[in-house]
Unconditional design. Structure first.
Lengths: 352, 514
């Protein structure tokens, strides 16, 4: 019976995902594009080469980090929807520190580590603001993190538009509103040593943090306190827990993960700051966190899935001319299918 | 008033699963009269109202209304046939005006605000109060919102108006005005049922008073003949139960507490204003010696909850201070209260005392988790072992320390909370608020045995309860809280029962007329 349950628990989401993918292919066919072409482009972009696989995993790293931060805060019943902005401020901080000559010349990998930490701290600060507003003024964190996200996106815009900030020196009217690329010393080292693959040590950082998150959530007293405050704030405060501080710390931690994701995206692949730098990873990471239902393994699995999906989608767009909007529609279908299948599984199991 | 009653209940009963909420209630309500319905929380008052209003269907018995058998299928039917009810929780849309709110559900098609507003004003005036139809609801005081609800009912021209605990939400100053409205509604040839657990206010307005206790009607008399002391007794009184015998056992074998070394708990002029500025606790001063059990009696809603929250470190008083073992904890917060040796058994177990979705072990050590933490990690096996030991010592019955707290019976939950608070080290004072509410007799006995044992060890105990008999059995002296003020203090003896009852009902208020 338990075997049947487990089978059911895996089969239903699998069927749901396959079903939604088929529906996606139908949509592609309806749009008049060649389906086999689209599939080929998708596979090419997702797993077709060492480069494709590396790029997909790098995407998954950023998504996992945002997702891990999300489930940490969610343990305290806080919904952090500000991943996008936290990535952005992380990216700004990492760029600023990475471009600063005294840091770029530091030995022992400090030139890499300091911008990473800077991005993390900036993200933590951004999340912490929302936590402070919640504790002090009762502002709902869904609203404050979302709106702070817009502020951060516009801050990126300001940074790359103003030469007094991070914009590269303007030599002609054609100079793009972007920062200078960070120096080689500040770039994340490659994981494979193979110049074909963009895979960098962000993956290792991410896996270590995933283990740490799992320990904090399941084994630590801090994790238990987050849970208590999320379930019953008044009782937790009566038991002497510093309610306000815990809430601020929880959101700051979520922000720190977002900020680190931003720093890793910048130092690992993009190398220079430009408008739209966070490109939706914050929101995809939020979806990953939501679908994981609080499990670290769930976050990693979801992030991998979305990482490959995104790579394949981009390739489909470029190679098979499938409209970008359509890949988003397919992605949305899959999210609904996965989320819905959880409910279906619960109903089926409950019925027995 | 000799004509047939407007509403007549015969042998009415209501059962929810295994709980007999109401049993054998027979009552007549006549036109032109105010019928008060008195009883403690959980006595069945709301159930009775909901039967009359068609929310529930009775399990036994019959009702007649306006000369015909009465079995409304829903509140909408009841409303149509002439029964309107003002619920404890208002159903007004806060950001709309009074007139917009009152038009909801009553008007179809074109809205005629002015006409409708004029009607509202007329109705309010004919019952002796004013109500501005164009004011926005969330800018109104609680009393004004309530008057809007009453007008909403009166627009339907009901024969019977039911008000469920209308005074519970009101600051003292607005209660008189509400009672006047009730009187006028009755005088206009309707009947009013007024539900309350505050005794003093019924004397002003009731024609008849009925008392419910644990689902049964224990008194039904005309106000002219009613005796306040007897009503208190009917409302909170209990027959002699095994509990009282157990509690009356002598404990002479234990040495008397050592000479007082200062006070365990001192409340000095504690005053609490609520958000609307109404006084909930008024200059509350009380000193408790080590080893002493002081009972705080009072009908619920007279400031007990606020006092409990202040002493738990969860509510900052507007004025005054409190000290445990000599240290001022007024603004120190819950953790400091625990550290200073203040054990707290909160009134609302589920909201304040425990996290029901977490395990028994986690709940029993919720305030002592640091003890089981090494390098930030929780030592689960040590926690479980400690919890198991304490469950045995305090007779907490559960399948194990890892089961969810929500799976325990109320009595076992309360014993677990007591265990947590009584094992504080040091333990200087214990504040237990309504610690036996909803417990069965054996659990009640266990709770009081633990509390008395703590007092014998030299802990000063403040026992807040609306169960007068239990206070008399357990406490050394009984102080009485009425409308947030300490109105008197008597020795805890059965012969003082009447005097304490009179204080609880607000008949004697030192320095102030009730």
């Amino acid at each position: 019976m338990t075997d049947r349950r487990r089978l059911l628990g895996m089969a239903v989401p699998f069927i749901a995902v396959v079903g939604s993918m088929i529906a996606g292919l139908l949509l592609i066919a309806l749009s008049g594009k060649d389906v086999p072409d689209a599939i080929e482009a998708f596979m090419d972009g997702a797993v077709g080469s060492a480069f494709a696989i590396g790029a997909s995993i790098n995407r998954a790293v950023a998504l996992s980090l945002v997702g891990l931060g999300f489930i940490l805060a969610f343990r305290a019943n806080l919904t952090n929807v500000g991943g996008e902005g936290q990535i952005a401020v992380g990216g700004i901080a990492a760029t600023a520190l990475g471009l600063w000559p005294p840091i770029a010349s530091l030995p022992l990998g400090l030139a890499v580590i300091i911008p990473l930490l800077g991005g993390t701290v900036a993200g933590a600060f951004w999340g912490g603001i929302a936590g402070f507003m919640k504790v002090r003024f009762g502002t709902n964190e869904v609203i404050s993190t979302l709106l702070l996200g817009f502020v951060a996106l516009l801050a990126v815009y300001w940074c790359v538009q103003s030469t007094a900030l991070l914009r590269q020196p303007q030599t002609s009217s054609a100079t793009l509103p972007e920062s200078l690329p960070i120096g080689d010393a500040a770039k994340l080292p490659s994981l494979t040593g193979n110049s074909e693959s963009p895979l960098h040590i962000g993956l290792v950082i991410c896996l270590l943090l995933a283990v740490a998150t799992a320990i904090v959530l399941q084994r630590s007293t801090f994790g238990l306190r987050l849970r208590a405050i999320g379930l019953n704030e008044l009782a937790a405060r009566r038991a002497g827990m510093p309610g306000g501080i815990l809430l601020v710390v929880a959101l700051a931690m979520a922000g720190a993960f977002g900020g680190l994701a931003g720093a890793i995206m910048l130092q690992g692949e993009q190398y220079y700051l430009k408008t739209g730098f966070s490109s939706g990873y914050g929101f995809d990471g939020l979806v990953v966190g939501l679908l994981s239902r609080g499990s670290t393994v769930g976050v990693l699995a979801g992030a991998l899935f979305f990482g490959f999906l995104r790579s394949g989608g981009i390739s489909m767009e470029i190679m098979a001319q499938v409209p970008a909007a359509l890949t988003l529609v397919i992605q949305g279908l899959i999210v609904i299918a996965v989320a819905g299948s959880v409910i279906v599984v619960e109903k089926l199991q409950g019925a027995r | 008033m000799s004509a047939d009653p407007l509403l007549s209940l015969k042998n009415l009963g209501k059962r929810f699963g295994s709980l007999q909420a109401l049993e054998g209630v027979s009552l007549d309500v006549r036109l032109g009269s105010v019928q008060c319905l008195l009883g403690e929380n959980g006595a069945g008052k709301s159930t009775l109202c909901n039967l009359i209003f068609g929310v529930y269907e009775p399990s036994q018995g019959d009702m007649t209304f306006d000369g015909a058998a009465w079995a409304p299928e829903s509140p909408a039917v009841a409303l149509e046939k002439g029964i309107a009810m003002v619920h404890q929780h208002f159903s007004l849309v806060p950001r709309m005006t009074v007139v917009e709110n009152l038009m909801l559900g009553q008007v179809k098609g074109v809205l005629k605000r002015h006409e409708f507003g004029a009607r509202i004003r007329d109705i309010a005036e004919s019952f002796g109060f004013t109500l501005d139809p164009d004011s926005v609801v969330n800018e109104l005081s609680v009393g004004e919102r309530q008057r809007a609800e009453i007008v909403k009912c009166l627009m339907r021209d009901p024969k019977l108006l039911v008000l469920d605990e209308p005074t519970a939400v009101l600051p003292p100053g607005e209660i008189g005005a509400l009672l006047d409205i009730c009187r006028r509604v009755a005088d206009s040839g309707r009947a009013v049922i007024l539900v309350t657990h505050k005794l003093a206010e019924i004397a002003k307005v009731a024609d008849r008073v009925a008392v419910l206790r644990t689902g049964r009607l224990v008194a039904d008399e005309s106000m002219a003949e009613a005796d306040m002391g007897a009503l208190v007794h009917a409302m909170v009184g209990r027959e002699l139960r095994p509990l009282d015998v157990a509690l009356a056992e002598s404990d002479e074998d234990v040495a008397a507490p050592e000479a007082p070394r200062g006070f365990a708990l001192v409340c000095d002029g504690l005053t609490v204003h609520d958000r609307h500025g109404a006084v909930r606790l008024d200059n509350f001063t009380l000193e408790i010696r080590p080893g002493e059990i002081v009972g705080l009696a009072g009908v619920e809603g007279n400031g007990q909850s606020e006092l409990g929250m202040v002493l738990a470190g969860l509510l900052r008083p507007t004025e005054g201070h409190f000290y445990i073992g000599g240290s001022d904890l007024t603004h120190a917060g819950a953790a400091a209260v625990t550290a200073a040796g203040g054990g707290i058994v909160p009134e609302d177990r589920h909201a304040v005392a425990c996290v029901t979705a977490m395990s028994v072990a986690e709940n029993m050590f919720l305030n002592k988790l640091d003890r089981f933490t090494r390098f930030g990690l929780l030592q689960r096996s040590a926690l479980s072992a400690a919890a198991e030991k304490q469950m045995k010592a305090f007779d907490v019955r559960a399948a194990g320390p890892e089961v969810a707290f929500s799976g325990l019976s109320g009595g076992n939950q309360q014993k677990a909370v007591l265990a947590r608070e009584l094992t504080l080290d040091p333990l200087v004072a214990l504040v237990a608020a309504q610690p036996t509410r909803g417990l069965d007799v054996s659990a009640v006995e266990a709770v009081y045995r633990q509390i008395r044992a703590a007092a014998r060890r030299g802990v000063g105990v403040l026992l807040i309860s609306s169960e007068l008999d239990e206070l008399l059995a357990v406490a050394d002296r009984v102080a009485v809280l009425y409308r947030g003020r300490l109105v008197g203090e008597r020795p805890a003896e059965m012969s003082e029962r009447g005097a304490i009852g009179a204080l609880m009902s607000g008949q004697i208020v030192s320095g102030q007329v009730a």
